[in-house]
Design a protein around this ligand. Sequence first.
Ligand SMILES: Cc1cc2nc3c(=O)[nH]c(=O)nc-3n(C[C@H](O)[C@H](O)[C@H](O)COP(=O)(O)OP(=O)(O)OC[C@H]3O[C@@H](n4cnc5c(N)ncnc54)[C@H](O)[C@@H]3O)c2cc1C
Length: 339
Amino acid sequence: MKIKENYSLLKFNSFRINVSAKFFVEVFSVSELVEVLSENIIKKEPILILGGGSNILFTKDYGGLVIKNSIKGFEVARKTDNDIFIEAGAGSLWDDLVGYCVNNNYGGIENLTLIPGTVGAAPIQNIGAYGQELKDSFYSLNGILLDNLTLKTFFKDECYFGYRDSIFKNELKNKFVITSVTLRLNKNFYPNIDYSALKEEIKEKNLSKISIGEVSKAVRNIRKRKLPDPSEIGNAGSFFKNPEISSALFIEIQNKFPNIKGYTQKSGMVKVSAAWIIEQCGWKGKSIGNASVHINQPLVIVNINNRANGSEILYLANQIKDSVKNTFNIILEEEVNIV
Ligand SMILES: Cc1cc2nc3c(=O)[nH]c(=O)nc-3n(C[C@H](O)[C@H](O)[C@H](O)COP(=O)(O)OP(=O)(O)OC[C@H]3O[C@@H](n4cnc5c(N)ncnc54)[C@H](O)[C@@H]3O)c2cc1C
């Protein structure tokens, strides 16, 4: 374990932005992490924890210590008649954990197949896709508080999970390092295929019984068709969250745009599709400099030929936000972490 100086982060972010960190270290165990955090050289430096870098936009060099979390591995922590508890190291790849659960018929995260990144980042924004969210299977997590280096466990109620949100994105942002996550999965698999694209994909197969493997495969197929692969073109998935607006604003918009679809939430707010809104503003496939709105999925901003810098991506994102505000009176919120 060696702390490197002026280290390039190009390989460590899926947007493929070429910035560097003043200090950089990769840790493979909790004891290595504690050792690094106790080093005098970095005590006064700001700290950024990095997993797979698939939900980050770097807009400049990072003037502090980047800690790449590579604490890997997973194990069965406990079993009951119906449930199985799996504890996974925060640096394990999320999709490896999904694959392990799917292969063993442990249900609960199969709809979250192929989401890039690490297990430790999954609770940060309560990852979700195709009608499932991390919080549905989450049991607890362990980590270290950066200000006093004490270990702390958080159970589900303490995480304040919301739509792409948690306490770790708010009060505890950059103040807590997640080292492991424990999920509670079902030994008896119940398919959750209410999400329309997933239902359609599975219906086409005409299956008499839907296995966990089929659900995972269907999600994989849809995602491969719809989303740009970060190994081919830099991106960080959805750039913005789907906005939730008041019912009064929804009705006002519906009068001008009768095709808009809204989903009323428990709070009474109406969730609308950010992709649809961005498309209505004419952004689908449009580029500014080396940054572009993806041609098939307007919620994704891509780095053309991996030549853009972070400011170019951010400039395009801000132009989109301005036009959405002017056309719909909606303020889009970024899903990606801007650093
Ligand atoms: C093609 C593509 C598709 C995607 N699809 C989805 C999707 O369907 N649903 C979805 O929810 N997301 C999606 N994402 C976003 C992303 O994959 C997830 O947010 C993922 O959880 C990020 O993991 P990461 O390890 O790459 O996190 P990073 O980008 O490394 O970090 C994200 C944030 O978490 C913090 N962090 C990371 N690890 C830790 C830790 N151990 N302790 C404390 N803080 C930490 C970082 O400081 C940062 O603020 C997609 C991204 C891409 C590129």
